[in-house]
Design a protein around this ligand. Structure first.
Ligand SMILES: [Zn+2]
Length: 354
């Protein structure tokens, strides 16, 4: 029996075809309609329906490029199941280059939303009824906030075994078993029992090629693990790609001042080790920031001007720190600066590109 067509926003996508669908969400003041562009690749053979979406925070643009590259992947010709790709969820924020919606709400706190709620609530409602509720798996692509750079990492609620399986399959060096925050896409998907993972990598308003490449590979690996794409022939023992963190801690500045970072992203640090120095412009009053835990640096502030209390380093703690370091070493070894699709090497990744 032939596979049924896929229906989205009143559009029919036939098996073995690919189509861009404009899902109407709102209008500008000018009465110009706004659409969320969605690319549907509907395979000839049946299988899971995976949603890969990005820029629910409008300034988190690495995911937009990850999706563009995934959609160019030649193996999609052999797709089993359906790929629903949404590169820009928060259209308003993306156009304005901001995380938020015009009413300053965070769209990723507006789920499940409602037909008659705030702007964010209405967009969340449309997004989930038109798109999310028709899928079987979700990968939500994020970056750190502005001036905050995240090491490529997966955040997932690992209690759901299928979520844990795709989190592992993605192959980011670090997995944070992150609890669900109210109003997020991830929490809502989890409440529907849809396995969902969040990828975090890089920082807002920047492209980072290592992050983008690791995101592309991760999405493809998940699709392979779900049997949506042909598996790659592998020989021998699989490499140590990921390690699950026990907890993570943000280390904060204890004075206002100018920060000189010492620890690098992805570095293993031991309890009490120096992460950065914060000082006044003449360097007379200095404060050495140390880590209260041993672990791996998974996020850092890139802006040297800091206020007391500001989060400057994110350190993940592991039960098996040696295993986490192995995953980091493997990750570093995989990235080739001569990549044909290199965008730009960006601080502080220079050491990882070698
Ligand atoms: Zn985000």
């Amino acid at each position: 029996m032939a596979r049924a067509s896929f229906h989205i926003a009143g559009v029919e996508v036939k098996p073995g075809s690919r189509q861009t669908v404009e899902v109407p969400v709102a209008k500008l003041y000018t009465h110009t309609p706004l659409h969320i562009p969605v690319e549907v690749v509907h395979g000839r053979r049946s299988g899971p329906v995976i949603l890969v979406c990005a820029a629910i925070h409008g300034d988190e643009i690495n995911g937009v490029e990850i999706i563009r590259r995934v959609l160019r992947n030649a193996s999609l010709r052999h797709l089993r199941g359906t790929l629903v790709a949404v590169p820009i969820v928060n259209i308003f924020g993306f156009v304005q280059r901001t995380r938020y919606l015009p009413d300053r709400r965070d769209l990723n706190r507006c789920f499940p939303g409602s037909e008659s709620g705030s702007l964010g609530g209405r967009i969340a409602y449309l997004f989930r009824t038109q798109i999310m509720e028709n899928v079987t798996h979700i990968i939500d692509l994020h970056t750190g906030a502005i001036h905050r750079f995240n090491l490529p990492q997966i955040r997932a609620e690992l209690k759901n075994p299928e979520t844990a399986r795709i989190a592992e399959a993605f192959g980011a060096p670090i997995i944070l078993n992150a609890s669900l925050r109210e109003g997020t896409l991830r929490e809502y998907a989890d409440s529907l029992d849809i396995p969902v993972i969040t990828f975090e990598g890089g920082e807002a308003l920047r492209f980072d090629d290592v992050v983008i490449q690791s995101g592309v590979r991760g999405v493809i690996r998940v699709m392979r693990a779900l049997d949506m794409l042909p598996a790659k022939a592998t020989r021998g023992k699989p490499p140590k790609r990921s390690e699950v963190a026990a907890t993570s801690t943000w280390v904060r500045a204890d004075i206002d001042g100018i920060m000189r970072p010492i620890a690098q992203l992805g570095q293993r640090v031991r309890k009490g080790q120096k992460l950065a120095v914060v000082a006044d412009p003449f360097g007379e009053m200095e404060s050495v920031i140390t880590t209260p835990v041993s672990g791996i640096v998974v996020g850092m502030n890139n802006l040297p001007l800091v206020n007391e209390g500001e989060a400057i380093y994110h350190v993940a703690r592991f039960d098996e720190l040696d295993e986490a370091e192995k995953a980091m070493d493997y990750f570093r070894s995989r990235f080739d600066p001569e990549s044909t699709e290199a965008v730009m090497p960006v601080h502080p990744w220079d050491d990882l590109q070698k």
